[in-house]
Write a protein that binds this ligand. Structure first.
Ligand SMILES: NC(=O)c1ccc[n+]([C@@H]2O[C@H](COP(=O)([O-])OP(=O)(O)OC[C@H]3O[C@@H](n4cnc5c(N)ncnc54)[C@H](OP(=O)(O)O)[C@@H]3O)[C@@H](O)[C@H]2O)c1
Length: 318
């Protein structure tokens, strides 16, 4: 099967399997990025919010220096954080993020959430996370249209080859298409068998947007944050383990394959050498139609990443 998705506007090829950088500790990030590239990953999914941009760039630089990859071989994604939605701030922070990475363009730059929060001066706190310096979240009123204009100018200037959005649902996505001069090429959303998002995927297909699924392993990533209590883990779910046994693969590989086989890109994160390598091996086997259906039937519309838990006014999925 194809191992890339061709993006509509630019024809750029986005790898189907990439490496996620959220919660990769700064102390080990350079090493892990280097190992991921050495293992064969050609997409790195970063964000200002992950707090490890300098170290990710160091790992990339090491792999380039050793001749493992060239810059143009690696598809680098980053994201615009909520506190930088005003037009000039968005443009300034994107340039700053490139400096932190030590590169001169992003292959893809996404609006991280359709949420604007009060600006926090980077010299005071970077990344600012969800809170102002007083420790409370402060929603503000910057319209997405203003932020999207900044994204388009970043594309015009070659700062970002492709632009897109994350955590957008149907209504706001459709509205974005009403005014976009440059249409978004990628939508990155939470998607796993507990949250299959079929109608959002169908809408994206109609609009010509590639979809990247995050948290493909379901609750696993959220356990360490103490943010998951409602469902049993997916890695140990009997439906998943029995399919894994049939294919002599791990549960994680089955969950990643389920997404990839639908044409969705995935960006698993692992700080473990073996799991990191294993997660890349998901394009060399197929699930049967019954297996795919059984996994999709686990859907309970269970969302792990909902900013409304942080502030009642941030109910973007309400
Ligand atoms: N746009 C957004 O708002 C958004 C939100 C969340 C995530 N993301 C992106 O998506 C990426 C992936 O999502 P995620 O980090 O939430 O979750 P994930 O990749 O689904 O799961 C990561 C968790 O699973 C474990 N794991 C990884 N491979 C495994 C395997 N083969 N077997 C068993 N356990 C395994 C990891 O632990 P070890 O490290 O110990 O292996 C970690 O605890 C992120 O890194 C980030 O780049 C984007």
């Amino acid at each position: 099967m194809a191992t890339t998705i061709t993006l509509k506007r630019t024809g750029d090829k986005m790898p189907l399997v990439g490496f996620g950088l959220w919660k990769v500790q700064r102390s080990e990030c350079a090493d892990i990025v280097y190992k991921a590239l050495k293992a064969g990953y050609r997409l790195l999914d970063g964000a200002g919010d992950y707090g490890n941009e300098i170290e990710a760039g160091e790992g990339l630089a090491r792999a380039i220096k050793e001749g493992i990859v060239k810059r143009e071989d690696v598809f680098i994604t980053s994201k615009l954080w909520n506190t930088f939605h005003e037009k000039q701030r968005a443009k300034d922070i994107a340039r700053h993020q490139l400096e932190l990475w030590g590169i001169d363009y992003f292959d893809l730059y996404l609006i991280h959430f359709p949420i604007s929060l009060e600006y926090v001066e980077p010299s005071a706190k970077y990344p600012p996370e969800w809170w102002g310096l007083d420790g409370a979240p402060h929603p503000t009123k910057v319209p997405i249209q203003e932020t999207w204009t900044a994204m388009e100018e970043l594309a015009d200037e070659g700062i970002a080859k492709n632009i897109g959005v994350s955590n957008f649902q149907g209504s706001i996505l459709i509205d974005l298409f009403r005014y976009a001069r440059i249409e978004p090429q990628v939508l990155q959303v939470e998607l796993h068998p507990y949250l299959t998002q079929e109608s959002l995927v169908a809408l994206s297909k109609t609009l010509g947007i590639a979809v990247t699924a995050y948290s493909s392993l379901g609750p696993q990533s959220w356990l360490e944050l103490g943010m998951h209590t409602k469902t049993p883990g997916l890695l140990t779910h009997e439906t998943v383990t029995s399919i894994a046994k049939t294919h002599s693969r791990s549960s994680a590989q089955i969950l990643l394959r389920w997404a990839v086989q639908q044409g969705l890109a995935v960006i698993p994160k692992s700080s473990n050498d073996d799991r990191l390598k294993q997660n890349l091996q998901v394009t060399d086997f197929s699930l049967s139609e019954e297996e795919t259906k059984a996994l999709s039937a686990l859907n309970v519309n269970y969302r792990l990443n909902d900013p409304q838990a942080i502030h009642p006014a941030l109910g973007i999925f309400a």
